[in-house]
Every structure is written in C-alpha cells, then in structure tokens.
Design a protein around this ligand. Structure first.
Ligand code: HEC
Length: 169
C-alpha cells in the first residue's frame, strides 16, 4: 500500500515539470503575433502564402524592392490593362475570382493564394506585391513564375492596380 502511494506521488510530480517545460516554446509564436506583418489570422492559413509571409517578416525585402511604391495612378486604362494581364498570366492559377482555384492550381504545393483575401490584408503593400510578382516563387520554391522577365515594370504595376481596384479594401 505504501509503495502504491509512493508511485502515485511520483506520477503526480511527473506532471508539473512537464507542463512548465512546455511553456517557453509557446512564448515564441505569441510574441511574433505582436509584430507587424504577423501572417494570417487563425483560420485563414489555407488562403495565404505562409512561407512567403514568414520570409518577408523575418528577412524583409531585397534592396531593389524595399520601399517601392506604385508610380502610376489608377486610371481606368491602366486598370483595364491590369485586368488583361491578370486574365492572361494569373487567372490559370489564382482563378477567375482570385480565390486561388484556377485550372492549374490543383496539385500545387504550396497552392496559389486567395488574392481576393490577401488584397484586404495589411501585408498587401506595393513593395510586397511588386516583389512577389517580379520574383515569383523562386525565394520560397513555389510554382509561381517570376514575371520580371515576362512583364514590363509598368505591366507589373498595372496588375497591382487592378488587384487593388477589384479586391482591395
Ligand atoms: C503557376 C501558378 C501561378 C501563376 C500563373 C501565378 N501565381 Fe501567384 N502564386 C502561386 C502560388 C503557388 C502562390 C503561393 C506561394 C508563393 O507565395 O509563391 C502564389 C502567391 C501569390 C501572391 C502572394 C499572396 C500571399 O499570400 O501573400 C501574389 C500577390 C500572387 N501570387 C500574385 C500573382 C499574380 C499577380 C500573377 C500574375 C501576374 C500570379 N500570381 C501568377 C501560383 C501562381
């Protein structure tokens, strides 16, 4: 009986150091949630490019993209141009309504982001979008093509104007 009690005590004590040990790792993610560009809110992880957000948050952008802002006004002509580019180059993966469900999307890992969602988030700055479209999936090894050799700078900014016009807040 005594031995049994002793065992019970041991088991009882075993629990608490374990709990303490598991506390510190939880602090990391909680602190990160306080930083700007904190990534997707809970429940929306499947709509956004989690790896890309992590890279942007931790490393910032290469010099040639950091701080870039759209030099073009959102004129109807340029938005129209952006729409044409979207249909020609982006829709196949990101889908007609930007949901990330175009015909080429299935089987991709990571999958194409839901642009209708991402364009409402704080992370969708000009520099972030311009870098993403220019360099594509290279920095995180995704299937997204790099458009810096395919589209002129003006066309890349035009598609950003279109995305803001259609999906922006
Ligand atoms: C071959 C498929 C494919 C094509 C075509 C494509 N993308 Fe993507 N895109 C992806 C994938 C996969 C991701 C998620 C991984 C990543 O961030 O690279 C993504 C991510 C993005 C993101 C980041 C969104 C976020 O979650 O932060 C933006 C913005 C974006 N794409 C815009 C575009 C635009 C604009 C075009 C057309 C000029 C385009 N994409 C063409 C596959 C594609």
């Amino acid at each position: 009986m005594r031995r049994y009690l002793f065992l019970l005590l041991l088991v009882g004590c075993g629990g608490s150091p374990k709990e303490e040990a598991s506390t510190p790792p939880q602090r990391g993610p909680q602190q990160m949630r306080m930083e700007p560009h904190t990534g997707p809110p809970k429940g929306h992880e499947d709509k956004v490019s989690v790896e890309r957000h992590r890279l942007y948050r931790l490393q910032g952008l290469p010099e040639e993209y950091a701080g870039r802002t759209n030099p073009y006004e959102p004129t109807p002509e340029l938005i129209k141009r952006g729409e044409e580019i979207y249909k020609q180059h982006c829709e196949t993966c990101h889908g007609e309504d930007g949901k990330g469900d175009g015909p080429t999307a299935s089987g991709l890992d990571p999958k194409p982001s839901d642009l209708s969602f991402i364009m409402t988030r704080r992370i969708a700055t000009d520099e972030y979008l311009f870098w993403t479209i220019s360099e594509g999936g290279k920095p995180i090894k995704s299937a997204m093509p790099a458009y810096k050799d395919i589209l002129s700078e003006k066309d890349r900014w035009a598609v950003i104007l279109y995305l803001r016009d259609r999906f922006g807040p």
